[in-house]
Every structure is written in structure tokens, then in C-alpha cells.
Design a protein around this ligand. Structure first.
Ligand code: FMN
Length: 310
């Protein structure tokens, strides 16, 4: 199935979804994928994950919505997107030309919204998996994020699973005290895989103007600054669940990917690095090919969970 690059086996499986290599792009950092065609040979990636889709179109937050911080980026885009109907009509049409699995990231304000989006996507051709962003506030429960309360995370997972015809990946928020409790809840509710982490809540202030740098005041921190936190959470979750884990957070190089795989990740996603170097995802795949060749591994799967503890 073309899973070998220069005779090197980089393939991994996320439930029934086979990827030719473990490198995916992270939602919201790779547009609707085809914008990156001038820079990246999309065919060489494991999978692409598209921008989060809601039931109705969203304009997002007012600018400034992105600021740079040391070793990271703060964003408060506010989940701007075209809404599920236009996504299906316009974006999915163009995504059909992408030859690697297309994962659609979804978000909602209520459990019913998640269910409705999953239902509308259920008979659309060309979707390999659904990734459920549970970092969003539940408007019916006083704005508490779905991803911070195990029962709410489970309810969203169950609703999407009931409608979905493809594997369901639930994407966890790192803004919790014990991420393993949420991971266990979504696994029990039927998730096929867990991806983590989404951004960490942060803030930046300009001491001269005495104003917050983001119009939204607070935002999501991503990039190398969050990598050690993400790695720790991936390790903890991989120890807790038996479904495949997808590692996300500050990944820029093949070495970063290998660290996440040793911690127990089956695959990874590249986010903020795409803003620094639009070729980052493809270069990471090339780095993995070099590593597997040099180390004479039979398959990159040998690295998954192979951490040697002191
Ligand atoms: C500008 C921007 C937009 C994002 N939009 C989404 C989104 O729509 N849905 C989602 O689940 N995550 C979204 N994320 C989170 C990323 O997919 C990823 O989980 C996070 O940035 C951590 O990975 P990184 O450090 O490699 O960027 C966004 C991140 C950034 C920086």
C-alpha cells in the first residue's frame, strides 16, 4: 500500500486508519491543506488535519489575534471557520485531490451541535477520521470547557461516535489537573484514539502601553514552549489507555517525533512549526527516514512506548 519510503517502513495504524508515516499536520495550522501545496508534497505526509469546523460559520475574535512569545506563540483566533455546510460544499471538493487521509476537526457549543456536525459529515466521501476538539466552552453548562469535566467529555465522544462512520479521535485540552481522568472517560465512551495536547491557556502584556497584547486578553500557547508539558501528558495518557495516542505540542524535528513515540505516541501532529517553516512536516518525515535507515530499524513502530526508565 505504498507505506515504504526508500524501503523504510514508517507506517502506523490509528484504529482502522492506516498512515504511511506518523506525521500529521495539526488543526488550525495548515488551513485546508491545499494552501500548502506550493511548499509541501502533501502526498509524503501521514495525514492532514483541517481547521476546526462548527455548525454555523464563525468570524472569530477581533485582531490582534496572534502574538509571538519566547519559544512560543499565543493565539486567540476564536475558531474562525466557514461552517459545516460550506465546508462540505467547497472545501471537501478541493480536499478530494489530496491523496493522504484527510481528518476533519470539529467543535461545538453544545453536545447536540457536535452530534449534528458529525451527522452531516457522516455521508461525505473522502473523510478518513473525525477529530473532536473538546477544548470549547459548553454554553449550556456555564461556559465550562467540555474537555475539563470527564462526564461532559464522555457525552461529546458518545454523541459523535453514534453518528460517525469513520474513526473518532478525541483531542484533549491540557488545561486540567489530571489529564488521565479525561483520557479514561473518552476511551470508555468509545473514542478510537486520543490526540493531545491542544494549546495551554496563556497571556502576554505590553508593559509600555499597559495593555494585553491580544484583543481577547488571554489565548492559547503553542510551540516549543509547551513541548515538555505535552510530552509528560502523552506519557501519562499512553500509560492509562489502550487506544492509540497522537502526540502534539512543540514538535519541530524528527528527534521531537521520536521523543513523543518513546513516550507512547503512535503518531504526531505538527502545528506552530508550519508557521516558521511551511515545509516542516515534510522535512520531519525525511528526518524519520534517515533515522530508521541509520539505526537499521525494521519499522518505526519499534519506537512506540520503547522508553527506558531509570
Ligand atoms: C493559530 C492556531 C489555530 C488553531 N486552531 C485549532 C483548531 O481549530 N482546532 C484544534 O483542535 N486545535 C487548534 N489549534 C491547536 C493546534 O492544533 C495544536 O494542538 C497546538 O497548537 C499545539 O501544537 P504545536 O505546539 O505544534 O502548535 C490551533 C493552534 C494555532 C496555533
Amino acid at each position: 500500500m505504498g507505506s515504504e519510503i526508500n524501503g523504510v517502513d514508517l507506517s502506523v495504524s490509528i484504529g482502522t486508519l492506516r498512515l504511511k508515516n506518523p506525521v500529521m499536520t495539526a488543526s488550525g495550522t495548515f488551513g485546508y491543506a491545499r494552501e500548502f501545496e506550493p511548499y509541501v508534497n502533501l502526498h509524503r505526509l501521514g495525514a492532514v488535519v483541517v481547521k476546526g469546523i462548527s455548525l454555523e460559520p464563525r468570524e472569530g475574535n477581533p485582531p490582534p489575534r496572534i502574538v509571538e512569545t519566547s519559544c512560543g506563540m499565543l493565539n486567540a483566533i476564536g475558531l474562525e471557520n466557514v461552517g459545516v455546510d460550506r465546508f462540505i460544499l467547497e472545501k471537501m471538493e478541493s480536499l478530494k485531490a489530496v491523496t493522504v487521509p484527510v481528518v476533519v476537526n470539529i467543535l461545538g457549543d453544545t453536545v447536540e451541535e457536535y452530534r449534528e456536525i458529525a451527522e452531516r459529515l457522516s455521508d461525505v466521501q473522502g473523510i478518513a477520521a473525525i477529530e473532536v476538539n473538546i477544548s470549547c466552552p459548553n454554553v449550556k453548562k456555564g461556559g465550562v470547557a467540555f474537555g475539563t469535566v470527564p462526564e461532559m467529555a464522555a457525552a461529546v465522544t458518545l454523541a459523535v461516535k453514534e453518528q460517525s462512520t469513520v474513526p473518532v479521535i478525541v483531542k484533549l485540552s491540557p488545561n486540567v489537573t489530571d489529564i488521565t481522568i479525561i483520557a479514561r472517560a473518552v476511551e470508555e465512551a468509545g473514542a478510537d484514539s486520543i490526540s493531545l495536547v491542544n494549546t495551554l491557556i496563556g497571556m502576554a502584556i505590553d508593559h509600555r502601553s499597559r495593555k494585553p497584547k491580544l484583543a481577547n486578553v488571554i489565548g492559547g500557547l503553542s510551540g516549543p514552549a509547551i513541548k515538555p508539558v505535552a510530552l509528560r501528558m502523552v506519557y501519562q495518557v499512553a500509560q492509562t489507555v489502550s487506544i492509540p495516542v497522537i502526540g502534539i505540542g512543540g514538535i519541530e524535528t524528527a528527534e521531537d517525533v521520536l521523543e513523543f513515540m518513546l513516550a507512547g505516541a503512535t503518531a504526531v501532529q505538527i502545528g506552530t512549526a508550519n508557521f516558521i517553516n511551511p515545509r516542516a512536516s515534510e522535512e520531519v518525515v525525511e528526518g524519520l527516514v534517515r533515522f530508521v535507515t541509520k539505526e537499521k530499524l525494521v519499522s518505526i513502530r519499534e519506537m512506540i512506548g520503547a522508553l527506558i526508565l531509570p
